[in-house]
Design a protein around this ligand. Structure first.
Ligand code: MEV
Length: 273
C-alpha cells in the first residue's frame, strides 16, 4: 500500500438522497459526495466550504481528513474505519454512511447490517443527472446525536409505526436507485416529495422548514431535508428540485431564498499538493 507521504488532503461534503435515520436501523441509504470541500494539512490549519451542523457531512469530512493522516497510508478501508470510530465518539450511534461517502465519493448505496458488517457499493449512474439546488433552512438547534436519539425514542415508544415509516423510506431509496440506473418509471420530484413526507412523519423536520418546503411545492418544485434534520428551529440544508430550472431563480427572487446549485457524484478523499 502506498505510504501517505503528502501533508495535505481534501474531503467532500455529502448529501443523502434518501434513507437518513432509517439507515441507522439497517435500512439502505443513497448518499452522494458534493462539490463543497474541506482541506486539511497535517500541521492542523483547516479550511472548509462545508457549512457546519447543516446535514452536509462537515464532521465526517473532518473525521476522514484527520484519519488519513493518522492511518498514514492511502488505504481507504482503514481510513474509513478510523473515521467511523471518530464519528462514534461524536455522534454516539452513527450508521457510518457519512464517513463512507466522504471517503469513497461518487454515489453510494449503503447499508449497516450490524456494527461490524456494513455493505456499500458505488452506483455508476447512467442517468443524466438533474440539477439540484441547496437552500439553508437554518442551523438546527439539535445536534445529529440528539436527532438520532430523538428517533431512537420514537422507535422505542412506537416500534411498529416507526418500522413502517422506515420500510416506506426503503421503497423510496430503491426508487432513487432505479432512477440513477436510468429507469424512467421514477420521477425525481415525486421521490423527493415522498421522502420529505416520510421524514416529516418521523418528526425530524421543523415547522419553519415545512413552511419553506410547502412554498417550493406550491411553486411546482420539490424539496427535502438531507441528514439528521432539526425540530425547534432550522433543519439544516434542504435539497431543492424543479423540472423547469428557470423557475428556481424566480422562486429565489420572489421569496428571498438563497438557492445555490450543487454538483453531485464528486470525488471522495483526495491528496492535495
Ligand atoms: C446523518 O447525516 C444521517 C443520519 O441517518 C445519521 C447516521 O446515519 O448516522 C441521521
Amino acid at each position: 500500500m502506498r505510504k501517505l507521504i503528502v501533508n495535505k488532503v481534501s474531503t467532500p461534503g455529502k448529501i443523502i438522497l434518501s434513507g437518513e435515520h432509517a439507515v441507522v436501523y439497517g435500512y439502505p441509504a443513497i448518499a452522494t459526495a458534493i462539490n463543497l470541500r474541506l482541506t486539511a494539512t497535517r500541521a492542523g490549519k483547516i479550511e472548509s466550504d462545508i457549512p457546519i451542523g447543516a446535514g452536509m457531512g462537515s464532521s465526517a469530512a473532518f473525521a476522514v481528513a484527520i484519519s488519513a493522516f493518522k492511518v498514514g497510508e492511502l488505504n481507504f478501508e482503514k481510513i474509513n474505519n478510523h473515521a467511523y470510530k471518530l464519528e462514534k465518539d461524536l455522534h454516539g450511534n452513527p450508521s457510518g454512511v457519512d464517513n463512507t461517502i466522504v471517503t469513497y465519493g461518487g454515489f453510494l448505496w449503503y447499508r449497516k447490517e450490524t456494527e461490524d458488517f456494513k455493505t456499500f457499493k458505488q452506483i455508476e449512474s447512467k442517468a443524466k443527472l438533474p440539477k439540484l439546488f441547496l437552500l439553508n433552512s437554518g442551523k438546527p438547534q439539535e445536534s445529529t446525536k440528539e436527532m438520532v436519539s430523538f428517533v431512537a425514542g420514537l422507535y422505542k415508544r412506537k416500534k411498529k409505526a416507526t418500522e413502517e415509516i422506515f420500510r416506506q423510506i426503503e421503497g423510496v431509496t430503491k426508487g432513487f436507485l432505479r432512477l440513477l440506473l436510468d429507469d424512467d418509471n421514477f420521477e425525481l420530484g415525486e421521490l423527493i416529495k415522498n421522502n420529505e413526507k416520510l421524514l416529516e412523519r418521523l418528526g425530524v423536520v421543523s415547522d419553519n422548514t415545512k413552511q419553506i418546503i410547502k412554498i417550493i411545492e406550491k411553486e411546482g418544485g420539490s424539496a427535502k431535508i438531507s441528514g439528521a434534520g432539526g425540530i425547534k428551529d432550522g433543519s439544516g440544508m434542504v435539497i431543492v428540485y424543479h423540472k423547469d430550472i428557470k423557475k428556481i431563480s424566480l422562486i429565489a427572487k420572489k421569496y428571498n431564498f438563497g438557492l445555490s446549485p450543487v454538483k453531485l457524484g464528486e470525488e471522495g478523499l483526495r491528496i492535495e499538493k
